[in-house]
Design a binder for this molecule. Structure first.
Ligand SMILES: Cc1ncc(COP(=O)(O)O)c(C=O)c1O
Length: 365
């Protein structure tokens, strides 16, 4: 049996007709950049997440970068974030001339440990950037409390957590701004790159709208230094088709995770779900103590794909060596990077596939 990490082809085959029609309509319209589909998708996602504004941009990385810029993060500001994330989170901070300040994770949720943030707040701290890793919300209330106490901005990295909820509220609606990624493997993924900034703040929304389009207020009138970071009509049209089934897919992912949990109980360290969380399982990540690459190899030999998100925490990446973090500074992030293993999960996954993955894993263990 072959079990990929995600099966985007199976999904496409199921949605072939509406997607082909949506693409055809865009091609026939002759409008490819910031047209009616982008506008409609922005309105639909703002309504879904429950924010006043949603602004389509070229990627999740740009969504983070533009959101940080729009809330005023700049040269030499410090932004507190997690080192246990995809590099883009820190990259977005560094590209503004700001400095990522890493705080360790809660080893159960793999998200920022709010209890360790206060000690890292300095006069230069401008914002906190929690990541809702694997689809589980970070513990936002203590983060928002600290932000209020110290006058900091909060930007949520929701790249892996479309549709996740914290105490009944969708992530992306809790901080000053949220960043979505439409990378194909995300819970709402396009057929290429794309992203979106979410906010309730009219000024932040207006700034992001300018920044994504060369800093322009209106065509050929440029009020600030901006970028070319726009969402394509084709991607928006495809994403609108997929948005219609995002809740069903969220339910299917939760069901697959429950099936895994039941089968692996007592045999592997299954994902912990916090009480406050509606976890949407963009990744189903277990923890193994040692011999991870051997497990991966054994599963690969049986046709099962696995992945490690992420094998090197950001503070140990070559690009961030200059920040001089020692191993003992962020021990939980380092331990997680050595032990996590993501198993295949996607809405179209069959129960037989899950059983096969679990059996194969059990045999090895
Ligand atoms: C946590 C996290 N942040 C940011 C990004 C960047 O998103 P994109 O690839 O759309 O630029 C990703 C995914 O790729 C991610 O997983």
């Amino acid at each position: 049996m072959f079990v990929p990490m995600v099966d985007l082809v199976a999904e496409y085959r199921r949605l072939r007709e509406p997607i082909q029609k949506a693409i055809e309509r865009v091609l026939e319209s002759g409008r490819f950049i910031l047209g009616p589909n982008v506008e409609a998708l922005e309105a639909e996602i703002a309504a879904y997440i429950n924010t006043r504004y949603a602004i389509g941009v070229a990627s999740g990385t740009d969504a983070l970068r533009l959101a940080l810029m729009a809330v005023g993060v700049g040269q030499e500001d410090e932004v507190i974030t997690t080192p246990f994330t995809f590099i883009a989170t820190a990259e977005a901070i560094s590209h503004l001339g700001a400095v990522p300040v890493f705080v360790d994770i809660d080893p159960r949720t793999y998200n920022l440990d709010p209890g360790q943030i206060r000690a890292k707040i300095s006069k230069k701290t401008k914002a906190i950037l929690p990541v809702h890793l694997y689809g589980q919300p970070a513990d936002m209330d203590p983060i928002l409390d600290l932000a209020r106490e110290f006058g900091l901005k909060v930007i949520e990295d929701c790249a892996q957590a479309f549709g996740a909820e914290y105490k009944g509220k969708k992530v992306g609606s809790l901080g000053d701004a949220g960043a979505l990624s439409f990378f194909p493997s995300k819970n709402l993924g396009g057929y290429g790159d794309g992203g979106m900034v979410l906010t309730n703040d009219e000024e932040v929304a207006a700034r992001v709208r300018q920044l994504r389009d060369h800093g322009s207020e209106q065509k050929y009138v440029h009020v600030r230094l901006g970028f070319n970071s726009r969402l394509d009509e084709l991607q928006a049209a495809i994403l609108r088709v997929k948005l219609a089934e995002v809740d069903q897919n969220r339910r299917l992912r939760i069901e697959k995770a429950a099936e895994y949990n039941q089968r692996l109980a007592g045999k592997a360290v299954t994902p912990y779900k916090a009480d406050f969380a509606l976890h949407v399982y963009n990744q189903y990540t277990v923890r193994v103590r040692g011999r991870r690459s051997e497990i991966q190899e054994a599963l690969r030999a049986k046709g099962i794909a696995t992945a490690v998100h992420y094998p090197i925490p950001v503070h140990k990446q070559q690009v961030y060596r200059g920040l001089n973090y020692a191993d003992e500074d962020l021990p939980e992030s380092l331990a997680a990077s050595q032990q996590v293993l993501s198993l295949p999960i996607f809405p179209d996954m069959t129960l037989e596939q899950i059983a096969y993955v679990c059996q194969s894993l059990e045999e090895w263990l």
